[in-house]
Design a protein around this ligand. Structure first.
Ligand SMILES: NC(=O)c1ccc[n+]([C@@H]2O[C@H](COP(=O)([O-])OP(=O)(O)OC[C@H]3O[C@@H](n4cnc5c(N)ncnc54)[C@H](OP(=O)(O)O)[C@@H]3O)[C@@H](O)[C@H]2O)c1
Length: 287
């Protein structure tokens, strides 16, 4: 039975993997939070491996605070770049496969058509830069590896836009939401299920990079309106431009990912973000 280690298991995506793992009885999956496996402390990876040997790593560990990253350059790079290098070196030594995640924020957002896997990255913030460095480290890795670039991750777990809007709408009559930033929301449960469905297939590592997101592009504004309307909340969503939002880190205005590669290669029928959102809200109720 193939076995995998999920790092960063208490983060949003790590919890998505845990949540769907029982659907995959033919895989043995170990979940390690930062206390068990710190990707910046190679001995912890080795120690875990010695007691729970695995064939592959699914790296959900990351530094993801986009605004804070602007002030924590060294910390964000330590995790998103050096940490990835540690995993790469361990995977090379033990001949393991390595699945990694990156972001639409490796792009500068000046495109007017969706970004493909080989579009030129040009990060415009520290977080995006650190994630791009992590990607580059894996380019010449001497082990099976695949990086999934995802965008606007949401799920019942961790911190994400859906949960933020639901929380804000409980205590506010109006919420201002950015209406000039375009992207594709990614439902973490669908992503985790896709990876576990295909990870043991020989074609999985045919490409080193895949773009993955739910179907359809939107703005945060339209995303918020949909959340509020599906939950029948009485709260007005007001449009606001990203320039007026005064976030610390710059964001790409248009970071829509083109997912054709993975759709064809894995024969996927991606759910629309609207259906994925409904599934997510339903799943949240049963937690
Ligand atoms: N969230 C998004 O919208 C989004 C969008 C595009 C791409 N991504 C990518 O998707 C992946 C998963 O993101 P996420 O939203 O699940 O992130 P998350 O919720 O922030 O989870 C990251 C997890 O990694 C852990 N971690 C941090 N440093 C670590 C270390 N040195 N060793 C082990 N674990 C460590 C964190 O633990 P602590 O809490 O203790 O620090 C946290 O549990 C990341 O690669 C991210 O860059 C996310």
């Amino acid at each position: 039975m193939p076995s995998y280690l999920v790092t960063g298991a208490e983060g949003q995506l790590g919890q998505c993997f845990r949540s769907v793992s029982e659907e995959f009885p033919n895989h043995q999956i170990f979940f390690a939070n930062r206390k068990l496996v710190d990707i910046n402390i190679p001995e912890t990876i080795k120690k875990f491996y010695n007691t729970h040997p695995f064939n592959g790593i699914i790296n959900c560990a990351a530094y993801t605070k986009v605004d804070q990253a602007e002030k924590e350059y060294s910390k964000v790079n330590q995790i998103n770049s050096k940490g990835v290098e540690n995993l790469k070196m361990f995977a090379e030594e033990k001949k393991l496969s390595l699945v990694h995640f990156s972001t639409d924020y490796v792009f500068d957002g000046t495109n007017s058509i969706p970004y493909q896997e080989d579009s030129k990255p040009k990060p415009i913030n520290i977080y995006g830069e650190s994630k791009y460095k992590g990607e580059q480290l894996l380019k010449h890795a001497n082990c099976l590896n695949a990086t999934f670039r995802i965008s606007w991750l949401f799920s019942p777990f961790g911190n994400n836009f859906v949960k933020t809007i639901l929380k804000l709408s409980q205590n506010n009559d109006t919420i201002k939401v950015v209406n000039n930033q375009w992207g594709r929301p990614t439902y973490g449960i669908d992503l985790a299920r896709t990876i576990l469905t295909h990870i043991s297939e020989p074609y999985f590592f045919d490409y080193q990079c895949y773009h993955y997101a739910s179907q359809g592009a939107t703005t945060w504004f339209d995303f918020a309106i949909r959340i509020i309307s599906l939950k029948n909340r009485v709260c007005e969503i007001k449009p606001c431009s990203i320039e007026k939002y005064h976030a610390v880190a710059k964001r790409p205005l248009y970071s829509v990912l083109d997912t054709e590669r993975i759709e064809k290669h894995f024969s996927l029928d991606l759910s629309s973000w609207q259906i994925a959102l409904e599934n997510n809200l339903y799943r949240m109720q049963s937690l």
